[in-house]
Design a protein around this ligand. Structure first.
Ligand SMILES: [Zn+2]
Length: 348
């Protein structure tokens, strides 16, 4: 069985081969009638100290957008859904952002403007209205700022034990992800509470450096209600919903899921003065019942997480996306867009 390190090497080597122009041209010709949806979350300045598995640096994002502009038809979500691909000479691409971070406006938007690239931002209204950070982002801040090499979380919940935070970069991120994944597996009704208990353990560890978590002026700060309203008027931006509560919708009672979906739509429509018709499932989790809820609420499309292409006639409530993360090199990015690297991601 390949280790994480050797798998990373294999993927990097595969990406290097696939990103060469010949392989790419062939793949792009093959798929030109289709559209790719790219999944981003937050974009941070290159010098930003905080790390997270979902934060892409500004410099990398700019290079990726330049590449899209040169090689793809950059589309709004409406254009993508209506695109038959009949006359298409190039693949379509849609840039999407989940969660609704303020950095989408402050850092990503000026780069999108440079290339005239449309994007959709799926906003979690609970975080916007209640000025809350996501629990997972608070864990990333605590792990980085406390600078702990290990922490004992025994007794927090079933299955929790000791966690080590080793190395740097991707290796360190994998360690933190192990903890956030364990929290994600806990009972949704207690998850926020458990995450707060974990934060207390971080703070109270004798070796921990003291740290604050401020909601505002932070890499993870959510958009304000006024910013959501202002973004609506921007010709490149579409506002979509990412639910109100950001709970994994298949893990909560259906009535709660319905309330979260409808509340988010209602708030966003008040803020934007437009119909909000596109949805992103938190964590990509969905069931047929949740799809029915979306249709009944008036949504026209919904994006998920499995990688793949979208083509006219595909189910618009199960749109696949290619995730772009902090360690997606430009070679890897180019290779992902050929579609062949989906195979490599299945191996990891
Ligand atoms: Zn999310």
């Amino acid at each position: 069985m390949a280790t994480g390190k050797s798998m990373r090497w294999i993927k990097a080597a595969a990406a290097s081969c696939l990103s060469n122009s010949l392989a790419q041209r062939a793949a792009f010709r093959l798929h030109r009638t289709k559209t790719l949806f790219l999944m981003y979350h937050g974009i941070a300045h290159d010098a930003e100290e905080i790390e997270s598995s979902t934060i892409v640096r500004e410099g990398a994002f700019r290079r990726q957008m330049e590449y899209l502009k040169e090689n793809f038809d950059c589309l709004s979500i409406e254009e993508a859904l209506d695109r038959t691909g009949h006359q298409a000479k190039r693949l379509g691409v849609v840039v999407t952002f989940d969660d609704g971070y303020q950095n989408n406006l402050k850092i990503a938007l000026p780069i999108l403007e440079e290339g005239g690239i449309p994007a959709i931002i799926y906003v979690t209204t609970g975080n916007v209205c209640e000025r809350q950070l996501f629990w997972s982002d608070k864990i990333w801040i605590a792990a980085r700022r406390s600078a702990l090499a290990r922490i004992d979380l025994t007794g927090i919940s079933n299955g929790f034990g000791e966690y080590s935070f080793l190395g740097t970069g991707e290796q360190w991120q994998d360690c933190v992800k192990r903890l956030t994944e364990d929290i994600k597996r806990t009972d949704p009704s207690r998850r926020e509470e458990i995450a707060e208990e974990v934060l207390i353990r971080f703070r109270e560890s004798p070796q921990a450096k003291p740290f604050d978590i401020n909601v505002e002026d932070n890499v993870f700060t959510p958009l304000t209600a006024d910013q959501v309203s202002a973004l609506t008027a921007h010709p490149l931006i579409t506002i979509g919903s990412h639910s109100h509560c950001h709970n994994l919708l298949n893990q909560i009672p259906l009535r709660q899921a319905e309330e979260s979906i409808r509340k988010s739509k209602e708030i966003l429509e008040q803020l934007t003065g437009k119909r909000v018709e596109h949805f992103s499932y938190p964590n990509g989790n969905l069931t047929p019942d949740i799809v029915t809820l979306l249709k009944d609420a008036g949504f026209k499309s919904a994006v998920s997480i499995p990688p793949g292409f979208f083509k006219y006639g595909d189910d618009p409530y199960f749109i696949k996306r290619i995730m772009v993360g902090p360690y997606t090199t430009l070679d890897m990015f180019k290779a992902r867009l050929t579609g062949v690297l989906e195979l490599a991601s299945k191996l990891s």
